[in-house]
Design a protein. Structure first.
Length: 176
């Protein structure tokens, strides 16, 4: 592996979400790559929940930009967790994003589980959620909807009955 610097060029979508890879987690524990302190700080900021844009806002304090994140990605320390949100259907200039068969299958299963839970537990109260669910097109869209779905389910059922439903959907979405 080559030495990582933050002088490498690259363009990242600010709405993408990155997470540490196994190599990235190992580097935080063992410090074998001797990352510069600023890159190590950036690696710590990447948590699999914040978007590139949110991480870069915090990275400004370290005087880093997206080139530093690109260096971490090229070094195998971080990887995309979720792709960017769906492009609006009216935008014909956007290139279609290729999805893996596994991601499509996970999306379909998670969407069906959410739909079934809304119908079974929320009924008419879940109409707005159902409309939002029907507009989803990928696992990232489902990930963005999950907190509102969980909140509505907990409000209706309580925390204990809602937890296994939400947890199973979250596992499908994240692929864990």
């Amino acid at each position: 592996m080559t030495t990582l610097t933050h002088d490498e060029l690259g363009a990242m979508d600010p709405s993408e979400i990155y997470a540490k890879t196994d190599l990235g987690l190992q580097e935080l524990k063992e410090r074998k790559l001797n990352l510069p302190i600023t890159l190590r700080g950036l690696l710590i900021l990447i948590d699999g929940n914040r978007t590139v844009g949110e991480v870069l806002v915090k990275a400004r304090a370290l005087k880093l930009d997206e080139r530093a994140m690109t260096a971490l990605e090229r070094g195998g320390l971080i990887a995309k967790r979720f792709s960017a949100p769906s492009v609006a259907q009216g935008d014909a200039s956007a290139a279609p994003v290729q999805r893996s068969e596994d991601e499509v299958e996970r999306y379909m299963q998670a969407q069906q589980l959410m739909s079934d839970a809304i119908n079974a537990h929320l009924g008419f109260r879940g109409y707005g959620l159902m409309m939002r669910l029907q507009k989803t097109a990928n696992v990232r869209d489902l990930h963005d909807l999950l907190p509102d779905f969980a909140k509505a389910l907990v409000k209706r059922l309580g925390i204990e009955p809602a937890t296994p439903i939400v947890s199973s959907i979250e596992r499908l979405i994240t692929g864990t």
